[in-house]
Each structure stands twice: as structure tokens, then as C-alpha cells.
Ligand binder design. Structure first.
Ligand code: B12
Length: 291
């Protein structure tokens, strides 16, 4: 088999492994909710030397890591010889989304439990699983949130991480941004994201969109804005998303208390996600329907 065929095969093997883990892991099952946190994932690949990663030093900030820097900060100088970034979309289960749809002022109990046990525990577990799976196959792997250089820094416009999962997913052709900053994929906006960087070289997936906001109905057609009226703290307008107002609500004391009242962790908070549920982009790409 030539290098290209091996690459194609490896891509599929890894996608299947990630899908099986989501389906079979006990950590993706809530006894309390009697169902999974996440449904079948979408997995795509970006080339680690895609010039877009350099551009993120402008779009996100100068500290945003390129895959090459991520490798060098983790394995030392000259350790990067190309590779891929694997980006994974974890769609939130229909039952959790449905519960949040009914909410008007704060996250549902189901969404609050998802914050601690889905976002924190399960996403950490699947990231670690993918890391050791690739290492066992003989590849080197960097999982940014598990490194000592990963950080989320404050700025005048709100917190900014040096590895933005939404921008990584955009590079891998998985979707685009919404007016509320959320990332809209083929399985909608009610999702969680994670990624790893590896020296495995495969054909990257294509980015087919014409703009970084194409999947948002308000951006593309001017005829939505449902998330604006869903936001309980008026943090979203036609001009965008007030991250500070959003953060104060999503991680403030009331959110922490609501998380604990439901059996979650104070540090995780209860989240909110009202802009991600009962909106046309909740579980699908709304622009696909208009094409
Ligand atoms: C800090 C943070 C927050 C902050 C700030 C959010 C923000 N917009 O940056 C606060 C506390 C407000 C927040 C809130 C929430 N968060 Co949060 N958060 C993060 C975190 C840790 C980092 C985000 C970051 O660095 N942003 C950097 C800034 C610059 O990005 P941005 O403003 O979105 O990007 C804009 C520009 O770059 C611009 N842009 C301009 N020019 C160009 C050109 C190009 C080519 C491109 C690509 C982009 C671009 O487009 C973007 C949209 O306007 C990530 C995890 C991670 N490491 O990525 C999770 C993450 C973004 N959060 C997530 C979630 C789910 C939430 C909440 C729903 C809370 C909850 N769990 O219930 C809310 C939703 C808020 C919202 N509508 O976005 C998910 C995203 C899911 C999704 N569909 O998008 C993430 C990815 C966590 C995860 N692992 O899945 N979050």
C-alpha cells in the first residue's frame, strides 16, 4: 500500500475508534438522566502546517499556538515535521437539548449536569483516550488542554484561550461561527469540541465555506436572530456577543449554586446554552436547508 492509501486507512480507523468510544464509554452515560451526554461525533482533519493557523495570531490573538509551536513547546525545538490536527464535534444528546429548550432564565438541570459530567469529565476522558490510542499506534500527540502551556487569559473583551477549539474546528472544515460566537456544524450549535495535534500525516478535509460566518442565518440571510431573544442577560445583539456579560452569568455565583444544587461541581458552573437551544441552528446546519 502506498503512503496515501495508508493515510486514508488510518483516517478511517481513528474516526471509528472515536465513534466507538462515544458509543461504548460508561462515562458518556448519565444514570440520573438515563441517557448519554453526547451522540455520534463528527471527526475531521486539518493539515498542521495550514497557513490559517498563523492567521489565528490575528483573529484570536498573538498568543494563540500554531500546531508547530504546540509541538515545540511540548517536545522541544525542531520536533515538528508536519502532521495533522484532529478535531472532534460532540453533539449534545436530543434529551438534554429538549430540556434546555423549555428554559427561559437559566440552564436546565440536564444542561447543568452536562457541564460537570459531560464537558469536564467525559471530554477529558475521550481526549486522554485518543491521545493514548494514537501513542500506542506509534504517533506523537499533543492534547493542548492537558499541557502545562495551555491557558485562558483575561482580556478587555473577555477570556481568550491559546488553543481555541472553535477555530481549530473551522480549520478542519467542520463549520462556521454564529452571530453569538457559537460554532455551527452539520449537527448544529449544541455541541462540544476537542482536538489533538499529531505527527500522523493524512489528507486534510476540505473547507468548503466562503466565509467564517456562512452557517449563521442572521449573517448569511439577515432573517434570524432567535438567539438574541433567547439570551437571559441580553448579551447578544445584531452586532455580536458581549463575552463579559455572558461570562458573569455562565460562571457567576448563581450558576455555581445551581450546578451544586443539581449534583454538579461549583467550578464547572451550570453553563447556560439558551443561545444554543430552541434556535434554528440547534441540531443542524440551517443554511443547508436553504440551498
Ligand atoms: C473562554 C471561553 C468562553 C468565554 C468567552 C467566549 C468567546 N466567544 O470567546 C465565555 C465564558 C463567555 C464562554 C461562554 C460559553 N461557552 Co465557552 N469557551 C471558552 C473557551 C475556553 C475559549 C474560547 C476562546 O478562546 N475564544 C477566543 C475568541 C477570540 O474566539 P471568538 O470570539 O469566539 O472568535 C471570534 C473571532 O475569532 C471571529 N473571527 C474574526 N475574524 C475571523 C476570521 C476567521 C478566518 C475565523 C475562523 C474567525 C474570525 O469569529 C469568532 C466569532 O465572532 C472555549 C474552549 C477552547 N479552548 O476553545 C470554550 C467554548 C468556546 N465554550 C463553549 C460553550 C458551550 C459555551 C457556553 C454555551 C456555556 C455553556 N457551556 O453552557 C457559552 C456560550 C457563549 C457563546 N455564545 O459563545 C464551547 C463552544 C460550543 C459552540 N457551539 O461554539 C467551547 C468550544 C468549549 C468546548 N470544549 O466545547 N466561553
Amino acid at each position: 500500500m502506498d503512503k496515501e492509501a495508508i493515510g486514508m486507512q488510518m483516517k478511517q480507523v481513528i474516526v471509528s475508534e472515536i465513534k466507538s468510544y462515544v458509543q461504548e464509554s460508561k462515562m458518556n452515560f448519565s444514570e440520573e438522566l438515563q441517557g448519554p451526554y453526547f451522540e455520534e461525533p463528527i471527526v475531521q482533519y486539518a493539515a498542521a502546517d495550514d497557513p490559517l493557523f498563523e492567521a489565528y495570531k490575528v483573529h484570536v490573538g498573538p498568543n494563540h499556538a500554531t500546531p508547530s509551536e504546540a509541538f515545540e513547546w511540548t517536545f522541544g525545538l525542531n520536533s515538528f515535521n508536519g502532521g495533522s490536527v484532529i478535531s472532534v464535534v460532540l453533539p449534545i444528546s436530543a434529551a438534554i437539548r429538549k430540556a434546555n429548550r423549555a428554559q427561559k432564565t437559566r440552564a436546565s438541570r440536564e444542561w447543568a449536569l452536562l457541564r460537570t459530567f459531560g464537558d469536564d469529565y467525559f471530554v477529558d476522558a475521550i481526549r486522554e483516550h485518543l491521545t493514548s490510542y494514537l501513542q500506542d499506534l506509534g504517533y506523537r500527540v499533543v492534547a493542548p488542554p492537558s499541557t502545562d502551556w495551555y491557558s485562558v487569559q483575561s482580556s478587555a473583551f473577555g477570556p481568550i484561550s491559546n488553543w481555541s477549539e472553535r477555530h481549530i474546528a473551522y480549520a478542519a472544515g467542520l463549520g462556521t461561527f454564529s452571530i453569538n460566537d457559537g460554532f455551527i456544524t452539520e449537527k448544529g450549535i449544541a455541541i462540544r469540541l476537542f482536538s489533538v495535534i499529531t505527527d500522523l500525516q493524512v489528507e486534510p478535509d476540505a473547507r468548503t465555506v466562503k466565509s467564517h460566518t456562512e452557517n449563521c442565518l442572521l449573517h448569511s440571510k439577515g432573517n434570524c436572530g432567535v438567539c438574541i431573544s433567547r439570551c437571559p442577560v441580553q448579551a447578544i445583539t445584531k452586532d455580536g456577543h458581549d463575552k463579559i456579560a455572558c461570562m458573569k452569568f455562565v460562571y457567576g455565583q448563581e450558576s455555581r449554586d445551581w450546578a451544586v444544587a443539581n449534583g454538579g461541581n461549583a467550578k464547572a458552573g451550570a453553563g447556560c446554552g439558551l443561545c444554543q437551544t430552541k434556535v434554528p441552528c440547534e441540531g443542524r446546519n440551517p443554511m443547508r436547508a436553504t440551498r
